[in-house]
Design a protein around this ligand. Structure first.
Ligand SMILES: [Zn+2]
Length: 185
């Protein structure tokens, strides 16, 4: 048997396994992707019975909010799984957060996302570091550290910590200076 045909067979088996995967396993696989990491942290899929997915939530408020948006979630979920669900049920029953459980990771790495442009800041920092001599880099680092350890003065408009340079220039923070500009400029 050639290596290619072995690979073909393995590919078919893998596809079949995926197709035959239990609906609940599929739900778990796509849950974070469908609901997002914020909701995923407050929810835990429990079971699929008669095409109804039961989900435990961290609080009654979450159960209520998610019940309102369950049609949207249902649509999104059904696009991912092979056996469509008919409804979602949210309740605090069965909620159990295991502290040692890993934080849900986004399934798509930002570097794999089509709109990823690379880490611009990091690249700029590297370029800056190369163009400066070591002493200057250290001096800048010390200055930044000093700046960070000092509390910034507050913007009189919005009470946010503001670099002194901005206050000297505009009397308010950069954001407020933009907001205070006449609209027709
Ligand atoms: Zn301000």
């Amino acid at each position: 048997m050639s290596l290619k045909s072995v690979n073909d067979i393995l590919g078919v088996l893998e596809k079949q396994a995926k197709w035959q995967q239990q609906p609940f396993q599929q739900v778990c696989q796509f849950w974070v992707e469908v609901v997002g990491s914020v909701i995923a942290a407050q929810t835990q899929p429990l079971s699929v019975q008669r095409d109804i997915l039961r989900v435990a939530t961290s609080s009654a408020a979450w159960a209520q909010n998610l019940t309102f948006s369950r049609q949207t979630l249902l649509l999104k979920l059904n696009q991912k799984i092979s056996t469509p669900l008919v409804d979602l049920r949210f309740s605090t029953a069965g909620w159990q957060r295991h502290p040692q459980k890993e934080k849900p990771q986004p399934t798509v790495l930002s570097s794999e996302h089509p709109s990823y442009l690379g880490d611009v800041n990091e690249r700029q920092l590297q370029v800056t570091a190369v163009n400066q001599d070591v002493n200057q880099v250290f001096a800048n680092w010390a200055k930044t550290r000093q700046r960070r350890s000092q509390p910034l003065p507050l913007c009189p408009q919005c009470q946010c910590p503001t670099p002194p340079g901005e206050l000297q220039r505009w009397g308010v923070c950069g954001f407020c200076s933009v907001k205070l500009l006449p609209k027709n400029i």
